[in-house]
Design a protein around this ligand. Structure first.
Ligand SMILES: Cc1cc2nc3c(=O)[nH]c(=O)nc-3n(C[C@H](O)[C@H](O)[C@H](O)COP(=O)(O)O)c2cc1C
Length: 545
């Protein structure tokens, strides 16, 4: 039953060449829902901001080498934050869900964050559940990115259990539905996948591990207080997404869910009313709720992976500078094969290695590429099956005329195949809701999910497929920054046209997300402002420096 509802939702929210999925007829931008949730009455714990590193030249890897003054010389074997305390937490939050810049155009000003979001609407909320962390009372905290502060939502029953830091994610679908109507649920899930990736990279920068816990949605709701209807009166509810444990990799104890004693704070209403109703979003949300605990074992908590990972401070400037390209220079967008192969290699799930150690679920997403401008590579359609069984299945399911040739010079470890030679720019642009960014780039790609096979395991897998796609997208965003180019997620595409181009019938494989990479053209009309200049304490940080 739930799976049928998911299938019905998926079909109904496909964009088609002759009709987009149902959305609002008209948008009043003045009415955009507030992207910042607050809990009135909750105690606020301000987080310190690091002095800004010397600005790295945009897109320059060299610039990133000495771009941070943070001292990581004391990785802590006992507890992730016993020594670093709030400072480590502050950085973890800033580098994952924090602001990265403000943009201004005329009177309009909007914040960007380290995690991207479809339409910059940011449906994802972050929570910490802290026990035994220096400088932070035991409790459940909501993260307020605009203030870079924690809001105390609940206090915990004292426990003798070891220190633990949990990071919870929830979503407010209304923020996306306001703009995108029925298709919004898909974007919400992609954003969750991006947030997961953002947290993984932030933790990697600090030398920490991230473990996705196999808990139910009801457990997450109870832990984060999302099920406390009285705290959300007249405010949009939040749906639980995932619970992560952050640890230092030193053979952690099994994770535990603490009991919350007292609760504080009332959620703010986000606005955007009056508005159209999209009841199908509630239906698919209910149908995809995870009601059973998962059975996975997180690779990041396995014993062979228990050594303290080395911090990677070089990631910090890349995380802070990450942006979506809004346009590409088609003349300059050619990339080298080394860059191309490096980016694709980063998409392969290597057991126990960041960022894929955060994904204990099956690998079910497989990029198909529109290669436009990669030096020495014949333009055309390509496929990158991310495991051997998928290659067999894709070969059988796709257009039988595809040649499945490994490009000359392609590294042995990379299962990349040319399917068809030709100029794929027009097809890529058309498929991507006619967006130029899909064709003026060096390459763009779609992500084919093992859709039928995934849903056999339960309707909740629908969300997980999107999370995996979002995670792939986040890897591409950061790899693009590291390579001196830039990427953009593409949520708008004509679903079944993609499938036709690759000769796919039925729903065995469904494209869930697209992405494009090239040399960006920066819009000089937009002014860029520092992320936390609006906070008085940022000035203090500057005064100290
Ligand atoms: C799931 C998802 C879908 C997106 N779809 C599109 C798209 O179809 N077209 C586009 O130009 N940008 C798209 N973007 C880019 C967002 O507009 C961008 O992330 C947002 O404006 C925030 O900007 P930033 O990425 O520079 O922080 C998408 C981003 C995400 C995460």
């Amino acid at each position: 039953m739930n799976t049928q509802q998911v299938r019905a939702y998926h079909e109904r929210t496909k964009h088609r060449l002759d009709a987009y999925a149902k959305g609002p007829q008209y948008l009043d931008w003045e009415q955009q829902p507030n992207p910042f949730r607050r809990f009135a009455g909750a105690q606020v714990v301000e987080l310190a901001l690091e002095e800004n590193p010397p600005p790295a030249p945009p897109f320059s890897k060299e610039g990133s080498q000495n771009a941070t003054s943070i001292d990581f010389s004391e990785p802590n074997p006992a507890s992730p934050f016993a020594k670093e305390g709030l400072r480590g937490i502050s950085l973890l939050l800033e580098l994952s869900l924090g602001l990265s810049a403000w943009k201004q155009y005329g009177p309009d000003r909007w914040a960007l964050r380290c995690n991207p979001s479809s339409g910059n609407l940011h449906p994802t909320e972050g929570y910490l559940v802290a026990t035994g962390i220096d400088g932070l009372g035991d409790g459940v905290y909501h993260y307020a990115p605009h203030e870079h502060a924690l809001e105390l939502r609940g206090t915990l029953t004292p426990t003798d259990a070891p220190p633990q830091l949990l990071f919870g994610l929830s979503s407010i679908a209304w923020r996306e539905a306001w703009k995108y109507g029925e298709r919004a649920f898909r974007y919400v899930q992609l954003d969750v996948g991006h947030a997961l990736g953002a947290i993984r990279y932030a933790a990697a920068a600090l030398g920490l591990q991230v473990e996705l816990l196999p808990v139910t949605d009801a457990e997450i709701s109870a832990l984060l207080g999302l099920d406390r209807a009285g705290d959300f009166t007249n405010a949009e509810a939040e749906h639980p997404d995932m619970l992560l444990r952050i640890h230092s990799g030193a053979a952690p104890q099994p994770a535990y869910l603490p009991t919350i004693n007292d609760w504080y704070g009332k959620a703010n209403a986000l606005g955007g009313y009056p508005h159209d109703e999209w009841p199908i979003i509630e239906t698919v949300t209910a149908a995809t709720t995870r009601t059973r605990r998962g059975e996975w074992h997180s690779p990041s908590s396995s014993s062979e992976n228990s050594a303290n990972p080395a911090p990677q401070p070089d990631l910090i400037p890349l995380i802070r500078q990450r942006r979506s390209a809004q346009a590409f220079s088609s003349k300059a967008s050619t990339i080298t094969p080394a860059t191309f192969y490096q980016m694709l290699t980063a998409l392969l799930p290597v057991n126990g290695q960041s960022p894929w150690d955060v994904w204990p679920l099956p690998t079910r997403l497989h990029p198909v590429l529109f290669v436009h401008r990669v030096e020495g590579l014949i333009p055309g359609l390509y496929a990158l099956p991310r495991h051997a069984q998928a290659e067999i299945a894709l070969r059988a399911a796709m257009n039988p005329d595809f040649v499945w040739q490994k490009p000359e010079g392609c590294p042995d470890h990379l299962p990349l195949y040319r399917l068809l030679e030709g100029d794929a720019r027009k097809a890529a642009r058309t498929i991507s809701c006619h967006q130029d960014i899909a064709s003026t780039s060096a390459f763009s790609l779609g992500m084919l999910a093992e859709f039928d096979a995934g849903l056999v395991d339960g309707a909740h897998v629908y969300r997980e497929l999107y999370w995996e796609a979002g995670l792939l997208g986040q890897v591409l965003y950061l790899e693009a920054e590291a390579a001196g180019v830039r990427g953009t997620g593409i949520g708008c595409f004509f679903d079944d046209v993609v499938h036709e181009v690759f000769g796919l019938a039925g729903t065995r494989f469904q494209s869930l997300y697209h992405f494009t990479v090239g040399s960006p053209v920066v819009d000089a009309r937009l002014e860029t402002l520092p992320p936390y200049a609006h906070l008085p304490r940022e000035c203090e940080a500057h005064d100290r420096s």
